[in-house]
Design a protein around this ligand. Sequence first.
Ligand code: PDD
Length: 286
Amino acid sequence: MEALGYYNGQIGLLKDMTVPMNDRAVYFGDGVYEAVLVKNRVIFSLEEHLNRFERSYKALRLNFPLTREELAAELYKVVDAMDTDATLLLYWQASRATAPRKHTFPEGAKANLMITLKPITLKDMKTFRHKLITWEDTRYLHCDIKTLNLIPSVMAAQAAEEKGCTEVVQHRGERVTEGAHSNIVIVKDGRLITAPLDNLILPGITRMHLLQLAKQCGIPYEERIFTLDELRAADEILVTSSSALCLRAEELDGAAVPQTAGAIVETLQEAYRQKFEKETDPALRK
Ligand code: PDD
């Protein structure tokens, strides 16, 4: 099963696909993106991802030419071209236009759509444990918009890997923000605590699902600023993202995470697993 690529209507093997040098994603990272799981040829939580995508491209004032329904149809064209019920990672991005390099928006700009689809092996939520490092968050002040400008996240993720770790916990001074490519939730004394939705974090869809599931399971949660000291004193640290759902951590800056809220975490992970299975049931296939 080879990864597929799509660019403005053309589908092919990802390794053979190219984009024009004048695509503004190349020069400026001038675009926005989404990443989401697919199983049984059903795109998981598509509506939420379309909502965030629309919010992101409107924030950048992109002239995105497709309606929501048309975009969904293009995404499903690529999913159907893969022709498998396996678990896949679907990625799409819109860039502002193809035009010679000039900072201001080109006249009559129309956004480009790029899609990739590749097989993914989901980490086992029961057994996988993250090793985390803390990392000063040096990103800009629009982290709530899912843009292609990811250099600080790339540098942070690489630093983690070079230390034998799997993700970072970013912070601005004492305040914890989020991972390089995930949101961070801590558990303390039976409560979930996660950063509030503002311009310093991405409104993660997995984060939102986890809070919805906590509510359903009667687990209290707080969306509020929390500090590095609270992170270090947490019973559990959870890492949430669309490509891995909800994973626990065993280590933070080389120190063991207590992992003493196993019952709460396992309840949430099992609820999430059931939600994912239910919402990617083959009966829901388009
Ligand atoms: N990353 N915060 C950041 C900075 C992210 O890049 C992501 C997602 C998240 C989690 O958001 P969600 O639950 O909606 O995936 C939080 C994706 C998976 C990526 O960049 O590949």
